[in-house]
Design a protein around this ligand. Structure first.
Ligand SMILES: Nc1ncnc2c1ncn2[C@@H]1O[C@H](COP(=O)(O)OP(=O)(O)OP(=O)(O)O)[C@@H](O)[C@H]1O
Ligand SMILES: [Mg+2]
Length: 710
């Protein structure tokens, strides 16, 4: 404002000077007297001073003008080079002003834009849209926007977003608000459009891919709520995505254990618990909503966002019912196959043994008819030997049979080991060196089966050293610490180590020696190690082999031990001469067994009655009691097909005579009566097949107990 003040004071001065000069001129004309020289000099001086002032003023004005031009240029630059397009439009959408950015967007000149219809900036299809919406946009632009395709001479498709404000006032324009122009901002949003289109496309691709996958796929958030599922998942679960979105996964994917039918552990919880370290796989039964049940294999893995944060879990699952069925089929075929191999092997071995028995017996008969007793005895001895081998074979086979479960008791291993060593290698070329310390822990085992395992290992060891040699057999207490053994869990064990220095086992055979019927021997049946393996496993133990071909083999067995228990001392049975013969009732439906028992017991001096089923047994028992000559002992077969078995007979006899004496006998060692015979009122048990010696021993034992007790 100082400029203005200057200017007005200069003007005042100019006026004052002019008045003075005019007055002087008027006085000169009227008086015709010359103007005093001093006045003229003063006036000239004042005038020249004034001229200088004017010149200064002129200079100031020029500078002001220049600065004005500069700021106008600045503004124009800002306006034209703004990163967005600007257009000022009148109510009819005619362009009043436009910047260069907008002109560049539509590939036109600013000059051609000004005065033209703004709608011409848009692609053909979008012009009508612009027209349709412009009025409302013009009247109240706040919060509104339009996205339209621009029309460009080069044909490139640009998308523009329009927003606008109403101009506040117009210089020289009208005060009518409705007539005020609209200031439109034009953003190029082509890139954003392209990105969102790409995203959309990716989403569609994902959806199509998911739909195309045959496996069910379900995604959940970290709370285990379903966020996505594909069509296969919908079909397998019976839920649609719409119904299941936001529900707990366990509702939608109801997985239960195949056998217990208890809910399977939540895959989401497992994945999150493992901090997503690994994918979690499982096999379970899927209970679909409609009631369908399918076996599925599932795999669950974490979904991670940026920076590895777990956002949820994705599960894929597959119907493996068909696969399972096929596997069962294959298994069945394999079973039939091995059954074939087994039947072949057994038939062959038995055929040989039976041929030998029958042949020897036939010859013995001839000798007996001729009273050649010595020859007959030799032949019968051969026949017995063959029969014993046949029994050995059945025993191996029985370990695989359903009834082959161990009849376990607390036993001390050293006596069993000593006896097995003596028996297995009697007559062999090899010698057994036994190291069985007295302090060896007891085990809970079936002594007969443990002896069988040792027998098989010792025979193999001997056979591995055709020239004979030393087999070492050692017992050790082993307290396995957690994580110390790959073979067995932590706890107390007795290890049985059988070492030979024979031919050893070729690496390619090492995996197969425990397979049933695997043999490298001309006359082997391949059942020795298979039955050893089966027995040891049924005792909760493990067996392992280490071997160097040409140097020998080491078989190691671990049996769970009972460090605190003291085993029942083995019954020592002196070959008894009965003080008093007993009356014995034998019930067995198998005539051959009944016949042998009859003969053996009669040979021992006893009086024997044989019956083939329960009713007959009870009748015989009652009759004997009534006649005053009751039975001292009854030997009862537990299983009588189609008749009353030993368990029921014993129960009925107890009603008549609580202190009766009965022995249970059966080929099924898993029969609960065999396992806990005394609970059912039996004084002893006699597992089949039993030998003459077994039968004699048990009767002798009972008789001596009777004498001791009496
Ligand atoms: N101590 C060992 N040394 C070398 N090889 C062995 C030894 N023990 C077992 N094998 C190998 O393992 C195979 C299987 O043994 P296994 O005892 O199961 O059957 P087998 O001895 O051949 O026949 P079986 O015992 O039924 O008469 C043997 O044929 C042999 O090749
Ligand atoms: Mg063998």
């Amino acid at each position: 404002m100082s400029g203005d003040a200057n200017r007005s004071s200069t003007e005042d001065r100019s006026t004052a000077l002019r008045l003075r000069a005019e007055r002087m001129l008027a006085g000169r004309r009227g008086q015709e007297s010359p103007v005093p020289a001093a006045d003229v000099t003063a006036l000239v001086h004042d005038l020249s001073v004034h001229q200088i002032e004017l010149e200064i003023q002129n200079e100031e004005l020029r500078e002001a003008q220049q600065s004005l031009a500069r700021s106008r240029d600045d503004f124009a630059r800002l306006y034209h080079q703004a990163p967005v397009g600007y257009a000022t439009l009148d109510p009819n959408a005619m362009v009043l002003q436009a910047n260069e950015t907008l002109a560049a967007m539509v590939r036109r000149e600013v000059s051609s834009l000004v005065g033209s219809a703004f709608a011409d900036c848009f692609a053909d299809g979008d012009r009508a849209v612009f027209h349709a919406r412009y009025r409302a946009f013009f009247n109240d632009p706040s919060g509104k926007s339009m996205e339209l395709r621009l029309r460009r001479s080069d044909g490139e498709a640009l998308v523009a977003r329009l927003t606008a404000t109403r101009a506040l006032e117009v210089v020289g324009g009208t005060a009518d608000r409705a007539a005020r122009p609209l200031l439109v901002v034009v953003h190029d949003v082509t890139e954003a459009h392209r990105a969102s289109a790409a995203l959309q496309k990716e989403k569609e691709l994902l959806a199509v891919t998911l739909r195309g996958i045959g496996d069910g796929v379900i995604a959940t958030d970290v709370m285990g709520r379903v966020s996505l599922m594909n069509r296969a998942a919908e079909e397998l679960t019976g839920w649609t995505l719409d119904e299941s979105a936001g529900r707990a996964l366990t509702d939608v994917l109801a997985l239960v254990d195949e056998s217990s039918r208890r809910p399977s552990p939540s895959a989401v919880v497992q994945v999150l618990a493992s901090a997503g370290a690994a994918a979690v796989t499982c096999r379970a039964l899927l209970l679909a909503r409609g009631g369908t049940e399918r076996v599925v294999a599932t795999v669950a893995a974490p979904m991670r966002g940026e920076e590895g944060v777990i956002l949820g879990v994705v599960l894929a699952f597959r119907d493996i019912s068909e696969e399972t069925r096929l596997n069962r089929e294959i298994e069945r075929m394999a079973k039939l196959d091995s059954l074939g191999v087994m039947a072949g092997g057994i038939a062959h071995d038995f055929n040989n043994l039976l041929t030998s028995i029958a042949g020897n017996m036939g010859l013995a008969q001839i000798h007996l008819q001729d009273d050649e007793l010595a020859d007959a005895v030799a032949l019968v001895t051969d026949a017995e030997r063959a029969a014993i081998r046949a029994r050995g074979l059945t025993r191996q086979l029985l370990t695989f049979a359903k009834g082959g479960a161990p009849v376990r008791e607390v036993v001390a291993l050293p006596p069993i080991v000593a006896e097995a060593a003596a028996l297995a290698l009697s007559g062999a070329r090899s010698r057994c060196q036994v190291d069985a310390p007295d302090g060896t822990w007891a085990v809970h085992a079936d002594p007969g089966q443990v002896a069988q395992v040792l027998h098989n290992l010792l025979l193999n060891a001997d056979q591995a050293m055709p020239g004979g040699g030393v087999v070492e057999l050692a017992l050790r207490n082993v307290d396995v610490q957690p994580g110390a053994s790959e073979l067995v869990g932590p706890g107390p064990y007795v290890s049985i180590v059988v070492t030979d220095h024979g031919v050893g086992i070729l690496p390619e055979n090492r995996e197969r020696i425990f397979d049933p019927f695997f043999t490298t021997k001309q006359r082997g049946s391949g059942l020795g190690l298979a039955s050893a393996y089966s027995i040891v496993r049924k005792h909760g133990g493990r067996i392992r082999v280490d071997s160097v071909p040409g140097e020998g083999s080491v078989f190691t067995i671990f049996l769970p031990a009972l460090p605190q228990a003291s085993p029942r001392p083995a019954a020592h049975v002196e070959p008894a001469i009965p003080a008093k013969p007993w009356r014995i009732l034998v019930m067995d439906d198998e005539p051959m067994i009944a016949g042998v028992a009859d003969q053996v017991l009669k040979k021992g001096g006893h009086e024997v009655t044989v019956v083939d089923e329960g009713e007959a047994a009870i009748k015989a028992w009652t009759a004997a009691r009534e006649s005053g000559r009751p039975f001292d002992l009854v030997i009862l077969d537990l299983t009588i097909p189609g008749g009353m078995g030993g368990k029921e007979v014993a129960a009925r006899l107890r009603l008549m005579q609580p202190d009766f004496r009965a022995v249970a006998t059966s080929g099924y060692s898993t029969d609960p009566v065999m396992a806990n015979h005394s609970d059912f009122g039996f004084v002893a048990r006699l597992p089949k097949p039993y030998s003459v010696r077994d039968l004699r021993a048990i009767v002798a034992e009972l008789q001596s107990a009777d004498r001791g007790g009496a």
